[in-house]
Design a protein. Structure first.
Length: 405
């Protein structure tokens, strides 16, 4: 349905402007006039560049979602009607992608659908956890409480993601700088020295000859090196997108030193936080485990959760099948068993999640501390070897000259 921009004056003579969605120009103008507006201009809203090039549209970030949920909860708690809340949130939403989604959700609710059904149509923004919790809130009449819990959950999960990204940013920057520095030296610096050494006619050390050969190869085949690296990355992504490739790479990641432990702790924190939030919101445990498995982020952990869910559906307690998977640490299993026995499983899961958030902090710090000296040694050794290879012949020539004099 097209959107129209209008501008006019109200009954008091005050200038107003806005936009309205209508089937055609005539209906749109009539809708504005009914509001008591004397129309001065009325035209169809031009399409954004993102409508023609979808990849240019901004994504919906965790921060956008968290602010939306917090404001939504406040409005619902204040007693505002659902459609009015969605209209206000849509109007003040700066992200055009999110704004369009909220407009569609509002339309679905106006047409008689439930909020959860409207959200379900946009899985890239509102995942299964979000939709199921909203559905539970609508059924129990506690939508404001559920939305506040969702906001807290999104905030915690966003902080967890930032910690992991922060751990990966530093080594990524250092490695990128190292590659650029080495490429510049090989392509622009070493050929200058190679020309001097060749004109001198003196015998060159093996290290210098080796580095000069690498430099010559890099100059002639640099574009093929870049294309080859890009091809390897593409093939790895294609392989990882397959079921077998995803399973294999996830197993390798979990076995990797330090990084594997970090992945495991992040997964445990996410599992306990998500399941605890769902149980405290009234979602049945089997439904909760099904959703948690799909959001685990690692196929090994996902398979373990699904296997545990199958055993729990047969009447077994939660802790036993989780322990049999050998994926979850013993402390986590024991605390879950205590929470289950005392009837406070959701509270215990929240405590485990808080503990593992701190554990992720510790592991990230340890990973950063470990990688800093390794990266510095790597960068220093690589650049140092190139410089030594170039200066060795100069020292030899100087030694020959000094002996001759």
């Amino acid at each position: 349905m097209p959107v129209y921009l209008w501008k006019g004056t109200n009954r008091s003579g005050k200038t107003q402007k806005g936009e309205i969605e209508a089937d055609n120009v005539t209906i749109g103008r009539q809708m504005v006039v009914r509001k008591g507006i004397n129309i001065k201009s009325f035209k169809q809203k031009p399409k954004d560049v993102g409508d023609y090039l979808p990849f240019l549209k901004p994504g919906v970030k965790d921060k956008d979602l968290m602010i939306f949920v917090r404001q939504f909860a406040t409005m619902i708690d204040a007693g505002l009607p659902l459609v009015q809340c969605l209209e206000i949130l849509q109007d003040q939403q700066p992200n055009p992608t999110f704004k369009a989604i909220l407009k569609q959700v509002k339309k679905d609710v106006e047409e008689g659908g439930t909020l959860s059904d409207g959200l379900k149509k946009h899985p890239k923004v509102f995942d299964a956890l979000f939709v199921n919790l909203v559905a539970a809130g609508e059924m129990g009449g506690i939508l404001d409480v559920i939305l506040n819990r969702l906001a807290a959950y999104i905030e915690k999960l966003s902080a967890l993601k930032k910690k992991v990204k922060g751990a990966m940013t530093y080594p990524g920057i250092v490695i990128t700088i190292a590659i650029v520095v080495v490429a510049v030296i090989l392509i622009y610096v070493i050929p200058v020295f190679a020309g001097l050494f060749t004109s001198a006619g003196a015998p060159l050390p093996s290290l210098t000859l080796y580095v000069m050969a690498i430099s010559e190869f890099t100059q002639h085949y640099f574009h093929w090196i870049v294309l080859g690296f890009g091809g390897l990355v593409y093939l790895f992504k294609r392989f990882r997108n397959t079921a077998k490739g995803r399973d294999l790479t996830d197993r390798l990641f979990l076995r990797a030193p330090v990084i594997g432990e970090l992945i495991r702790k992040v997964a445990v924190a996410r599992f306990t936080r998500t399941l605890g939030t769902m149980l405290s919101s009234g979602v049945p445990i089997l439904d909760g485990l099904d959703i948690v498995a799909s959001t685990a982020g690692n196929t090994v952990i996902e398979q373990a959760i699904r296997k545990a869910r199958e055993a729990i559906s047969e009447g077994r307690p939660v802790a036993e099948p989780l322990q049999e998977t050998e994926v979850f640490p013993g402390m986590v299993v024991q605390m879950i068993a205590v929470g289950e026995a005392t009837g406070a499983l959701d509270t215990m899961l929240a405590k485990i999640a808080d503990f593992y958030d701190e554990e992720v902090d510790t592991t990230v710090d340890a990973l950063t501390s470990l990688m800093e000296p390794m990266l510095i040694v790597f960068l220093g050794t690589t650049v140092g070897t190139l410089l030594v290879a170039m200066y060795l012949p100069i020292f030899q020539i100087a030694d020959v000259v000094s002996r001759g004099s």
